[in-house]
Design a protein around this ligand. Structure first.
Ligand SMILES: [Zn+2]
Length: 253
């Protein structure tokens, strides 16, 4: 009897945590998503997406064939947590993306995504040259990135030496697959930004077969992006320190 109660409570706790992460999606993308029911994510337009496919996966399978639940497999460490440390092997919070979710929100083709792009000016108070960037207005991403830009302008006023990390920009929108994979980059949806490539590090640059974590981007810059819903690729084992993407569902915890 005790054993049965134990199993039942495990199942209840399991479905509550399953619901909790599913609801993080609803809270993060309220324009599109309505609620979670059982094992389904319910869209405002009535679409149902299966939340958990119930499969146990290796790291690689999770990247190549994720479900919505797998996106929460690694918990994104906010702020100074894990900053400056080599992440544990394959610890890639945010790198697992269930593509149908993003395609349905941001656009299923380059043309549709482009139609949703908005031009904003980047660090207008810190730079003499006017930098304009295009970013999606879907989910208010352009508005949030404008807030990032305002806060970075204030930061650069106090720390002028930080400007070199922020301009010239690496880029925002580009419909492309991640090198060597069939997965679309989040840049395809106009919801990501690469800051200055020159002061950045990427896990593959270090040398064939070798791995070493490396980063120059100051924590103050990372914190500003996170505050407005963007996660940083510098917290991944497969690090990409120029890269920020709009993933508010991973910043709610
Ligand atoms: Zn990027």
């Amino acid at each position: 009897m005790r054993f049965i109660l134990y199993i039942v409570s495990l199942l209840i706790v399991g479905s509550i945590t399953l619901q909790a992460s599913c609801l993080d999606l609803v809270h993060a993308y309220p324009n599109f998503l309505k609620t979670c029911q059982g094992n389904s994510l319910i869209w405002k337009d009535g679409t149902r997406m299966r939340y958990d496919d119930g499969r146990k996966k290796s790291y690689q399978t999770m990247l190549d064939h994720p479900d919505l639940e797998d996106m929460f497999h690694y918990i994104y460490p906010k702020g100074s947590k894990n900053y400056g440390k080599t992440p544990p092997k394959n610890f890639d919070p945010g790198r697992i993306r269930y593509e149908p979710l993003f395609r349905k929100m941001y656009g299923n083709s380059p043309r549709v995504v482009e139609h949703n792009l908005k031009r904003i000016s980047w660090l207008p108070r810190s730079t003499r040259r006017r930098y304009h960037i295009s970013i999606t207005r879907v989910n208010g991403v352009a508005k949030q990135l404008q807030r990032v830009s305002n806060d970075l302008d204030n930061l650069v006023r106090r720390r002028p030496e930080y400007l070199k990390y922020l301009v010239p920009l690496g880029g925002t929108f580009m419909w492309r697959r991640i090198a060597g994979t069939r997965r679309l980059s989040i840049h395809s949806f106009g919801a990501a930004i690469d800051i200055n490539v020159k002061h950045s590090a990427y896990w593959k640059w270090y040398g064939k077969g070798k791995y070493k974590y490396s980063n120059e981007i100051p924590l103050a810059i990372v914190k500003i992006f996170e505050k407005h819903g963007f996660i940083w690729g510098g917290k991944w084992y497969h690090y990409d320190t120029m890269h920020f993407e709009y993933r508010p569902e991973l910043l709610l915890k």
